[in-house]
Write a protein that binds this ligand. Structure first.
Ligand code: ATR
Length: 274
């Protein structure tokens, strides 16, 4: 154990049944011999304000934020990073010694860092994004920053797609017509919950995707989704979902505990183990 003071961080959400964040941060705390703990703290939306101040009073250095608090937490932040403002959500909160509460978002970083590490020379120029929820917002922001130009957004509820399209300068495609728009896409990204265990299947036929296209699925339960299997059977390059979770945690861990952690296969295997 090193001599630095004991530090506590957490993830808040509700009902917070399936979060991998304590396992992930716990792995790094152990690996880097850091004196600290990372807890899962269920926070009922009605108690958000009180519970956040309780964490501060209990000496936490900060916390991560998951569903359903990523937007409402912004009301409690004194300072919000430009990135989090543009994404419209906060996933990392810091309690500063001055008393100020700062909100950041590391999801866009997690997405693009992992995607670039996974695929050499990734072509982000012509992506199709499936979904228009919170995950899609961070991914659209990351894609724009990375130089995407002709973005297509496809969502079951077309009004949500339209709202995002005007914000991120993208075009909307009807959910029922998405297969027909795949032929010129360089990058297909599923940000919906479709394909996750217990959720509906993702209804898509990727036979029109070009041979050099890359397929990314944000779903990581199972890691090999039907979408990724279909892509693999066409010999397309694929990116699995756990990477975004692991890489979004890198800057958060460093902010909380002062060490930049490394993502590697043994971490992924550990997260996938029961
Ligand atoms: P998150 O913040 O994790 O992105 P979310 O805001 O609930 O979660 O968004 C979930 C996404 O999955 C949405 O794009 C949703 O489509 P709707 O906007 O139409 O709800 C999409 N989704 C969930 N179930 C779906 C289904 N059965 N078919 C198609 N899209 C689905």
């Amino acid at each position: 154990m090193n001599d630095s003071p004991f530090k506590k961080a957490a993830v808040i959400g509700f009902p917070l049944l399936h979060t991998l964040s304590p396992k992930l941060h716990g792995y790094w705390l152990n690996k880097y011999n850091i004196s600290g703990e990372y807890h899962a703290v269920p926070v009922d939306p009605a108690r958000l304000r009180d519970d956040v101040f309780k964490l501060r009073d209990a000496g936490y250095v900060g916390f991560n934020v998951t569903i359903p608090h990523k937007e409402t937490i912004m009301n409690l932040c004194d300072d919000i990073s430009v990135e989090a403002q543009k994404i419209g959500a906060v996933n990392t909160v810091l309690f500063h010694p001055s008393g100020r509460i700062e909100g950041r978002n590391t999801d866009a970083f997690g997405f693009i860092t992992h995607a670039r590490k996974a695929i050499d020379g990734l072509d982000v120029t012509r992506p199709m994004v499936l979904g228009a929820g919170g995950a899609a917002r961070a991914i659209l922001y990351a894609l724009k920053q990375a130089g995407a130009q002709e973005i297509l957004i496809v969502n079951r509820t077309i009004d949500r797609a339209r709202a995002l399209a005007s914000e991120f300068d993208a075009r909307v495609v009807d959910w029922s017509e998405k297969d027909d728009y795949l032929n010129d896409r360089s990058f297909l990204i599923n940000t919906t919950s479709c394909g996750m265990v217990g959720q509906a299947a993702l209804d898509i036929d990727i036979s029109k995707l070009a041979a050099n296209a890359v397929v990314y699925d944000i779903v990581y339960k199972p890691l090999m989704t039907d979408l990724l299997r279909a892509a693999q059977s066409r010999n397309l390059r694929i990116i699995t979902g756990l990477g975004m979770l692991m890489y979004q945690a890198v800057p958060a861990f460093e902010l909380f505990f002062g060490v930049q952690p490394v993502v590697d296969d043994s971490l992924q295997n550990y997260l996938l183990s029961e």
